[in-house]
Design a protein around this ligand. Sequence first.
Ligand code: C2O
Ligand code: CU
Ligand code: CU
Length: 488
Amino acid sequence: MVTRRRVLVGTLATTGAGLITGAGLLPVLRTATAQAADDAGPAVAPAPFTVKLPPLPVLTPYSTEGGQDAYRITVKEVSREILPGVQTKVLTYDGHFPGPVLRARSGRPVSIRHRNTLQMPMAVHLHGASVSPENDGAPMDTVAPGTARTYTYPNQQPNATLWFHDHAHHMEAEHVYRGLSAAYILTDDTERALPLPSGKYEIPIALRDARFDENGQLVYVMDDFRGRTTLLANGRPSPYLEVAARKYRFRLLNTSNLRFFKLRLADGGQFVQIGSDGGLLERPFTTDTVSLSPAERADVVIDFSRYPVGTKIVLETTMGGGAPGQVGNVLRFDVVRTAPDPSRVPDVLRTLPPLDALPKPAVERSIVFSMDEDGRTEPRGLIDGLQWDPDRIDQSVTFGTSEIWTVTNANKLIPHNFHMHLVQFRVLERGGVPVGPAEAGLKDTVQLLPGETVKLHATFDAYRGTYVYHCHLLDHSAMGMMANFRVR
Ligand code: C2O
Ligand code: CU
Ligand code: CU
């Protein structure tokens, strides 16, 4: 571990910065390490739309007895085909790249026994879940190489598109980048009663970027937001998906460390967003874009019945760079047949308390995120001016109360986002004004573009204990942009 830390700290020498504007992510600062990374050679840029979008493999429990689903996962390094015809070394949950999907039901606990066969400690965190501190996969609460640990998830929360990923401090960014993330879809009776597209018409899609060397191996350089130019959907570069001319439900997960996606159909076509991080929205809304910072999720329904069979429609991202010939191409939908469609999107999907009826906050706090952006060689990630200290409690919260947190990104150039363990919160406002429908539901991660301020409402009535909040641009949290709150 000591050796590993030294290696990683050695790679901290970049000032990853990007100016997000309406036009996209503009590279700004440049440092020696970023330059060295650029000199390592161009990313391999496969031609887009030559491989199929694979489904995420669904995990099967080894036992469903005693009212719970029990799983076993071996965390291991394997080689898998990402770029066509090339074997790439990846870190995996049970050998799967992309990471698999676990399907769970509210009210039915899940336990997962993870055996760590890596040379490094790891920790598994179920992002967006309400779990006890011992099961949260906290950064210092790691599973040593050669050992195993069982995490238990009560699933006492409504439907949500969750995901689990590595969280071993200082290594989480590289571990997640190398493959340690998986989807965890929690459904409930409310959701199952809705006539939404389901079965093979409900498809989770994990989006991310990556940088490959000339041998097709993953290159990890801390904060290398400009080098990771190959876009992957379910672990393949700009794949295509054959669809029927009917409605599909796509659960989009941004599993990138640093990349913001701003997704649209290339023809400008509209679709319907029905959910976000913490599950279904109260009401669906029609849009032509979905914007996802790292760790955010969007649940959308696209109706392909408006396209004649034979149409091919690209899902593109209009933010950030890409490899030449691949810029912006996330995936392509090929409409290849017709199909009956009994599904529909109801006007009301769930009920949530109106913002003005949320429990009165006991405390209001202000939190400031920042990162050194002066070009120094080892920039720090800071929350309220401090790097993460596992032994310091930054915020003390009283169990059973609600709070308002006002979080500001003090940077001029660098985007961040805010994620808090344990709770799903409501976003009250951004920059003093109410947020749009995409952020109106339950959220666990919220974007913070340079200079932005968001105001959140959270209720801490599930567990006592210490949890973290951090920037989910994981390279930033690995640089210290993380803090602790304790519920007591
Ligand atoms: Cu995806 Cu600490 O979280
Ligand atoms: Cu989390
Ligand atoms: Cu950040």
